[in-house]
Ligand binder design. Sequence first.
Ligand code: FES
Ligand code: FES
Length: 154
Amino acid sequence: MNVTIKFKLNGKEIIKAITENKRALDFLRDDMLLTSLKEGCGVGECGVCTILVNKKAVNSCLMLAEQLNGEEVYTIEGLIEFPEFKKLQDNFLKHGAIQCGFCTPGMLVSSYALMLKNKNASIEEIKQAISGNLCRCTGYKPIIKAIDTTINGE
Ligand code: FES
Ligand code: FES
């Protein structure tokens, strides 16, 4: 059965008929063509599917598309318009926080969610904010450095 949802996606009002019980991850990737979202574990463990919902980092693999109704949602494709997000992305590049890049979109969304709620986050708070995002490549130190530099300066 189809249901219609109305929500804000990357700054634009969207009204869309969706198949009931479709995951938000599948809807955003397949129907809205937002391919920054990846699927890793599919069970809320890896964080590569992270999106921003009402300024909070959420695993889109654990959410149904109909739960997006009425919410404000951002993916990397929309966040890139914000200067503070661009600065975060630049620092990921500068500090070698991107290797294979598979975890990067989710890492960026989780870090940006932290930046929105905490303007001077400590290293511990940064670690906590990305604790749901797994990275197989970097050992996390460059990622933490990139986030810390963005929030607290060099
Ligand atoms: Fe969603 Fe792993 S794919 S947390
Ligand atoms: Fe490869 Fe993080 S850069 S998984």
